[in-house]
Design a protein. Structure first.
Lengths: 121, 133
């Protein structure tokens, strides 16, 4: 990878992070309730899009920039786990469990669905 | 209608995201994985990033007066970009495609359990320090 590619990785990673913050905020303020819908939707959409890239056989620098840098930074595992942990600490065990299991299963389905769509393109 | 944003907060997230993305991409390039091997780079950034987020968020919320731009830079930007959900799901999908069932189940369980415990441990570390001081 060239220096230019690394610079793009950084800029796209920053952009993906800001996109996550904005979308999380827009969804969170409309959804209400204890379930972290913002992170959930961000992670599902990112998993579907990354599945689509891989399914469409995007590879090399294209996959690094659009996938690893942009979508990798757009989605987040640490916030998903932090929100699950805090829900558990607030005695909202059911919501915590649903958040853990639903994100995992629906996220997998999103990646698989995105892959199928990408492969069909 | 879009809410108004604090441009310096967005800039802090952007800068943190740059650092997180470069670190994660660098590790992914240095330690590439196939559908048949344990994705050490992704596993490591997710566990380390979870510990860091648990530490930063607990400390900034409960221990120190909130600085307006530390949380967006360190938490939303750095830890958010360092860790990744989409890559994990696509790695799992590729493991399932090649019928590496044991690897897929083990990777799922280890990622969830260890990153969750990392958050719990970081939270406990900060809170214990607070009660001692």
């Amino acid at each position: 990878m060239t220096v230019g590619t690394w610079i793009l990785v950084g800029l796209l990673g920053g952009t993906g992070s800001v996109a996550r913050f904005v979308i999380d905020g827009l969804i969170g303020e409309r959804a209400g309730g204890p379930f972290p819908w913002g992170t959930f939707i961000v992670n599902l959409s990112g998993a579907a899009l990354l599945g689509g890239l891989v399914g469409a056989a995007v590879s090399g620098n294209g996959l690094i920039l659009a996938g690893t840098a942009t979508l990798g930074s757009y989605t987040t595992l640490s916030t998903w786990m932090l929100e699950t942990h805090r829900l558990g600490q607030n005695a909202q065990l059911m919501v915590a469990g649903v958040n853990l299991v639903a994100s995992l299963l629906v996220g997998f389905a999103a990646a698989a669905g995105g892959h199928a769509v990408g492969a069909a393109l | 209608m879009l809410p108004t944003y604090d441009r310096r907060e967005l800039a802090a997230i952007f800068c943190g995201g740059i650092v997180g993305a470069l670190a994660r991409t660098g590790l992914a390039q240095a330690f590439p994985a196939t559908a048949h091997t344990w994705p050490w780079a992704t596993f490591a950034v997710n566990v380390v990033g979870a510990f860091m987020l648990g530490y930063f968020v607990t400390r900034l919320q409960e221990r120190l007066p909130t600085s307006a731009y530390k949380r967006p830079f360190l938490g939303t930007g750095l830890c958010g970009a360092l860790t990744t959900f989409s890559t994990v799901q696509v790695e799992l999908y590729q493991m399932v495609q090649v019928h590496a069932w044991g690897l897929a189940v083990g990777y799922t369980a280890a990622t969830l359990a260890v990153s969750f415990l990392a958050i719990a441990a970081a939270t406990a570390v900060v809170r214990r320090v607070r009660t001692v001081l």
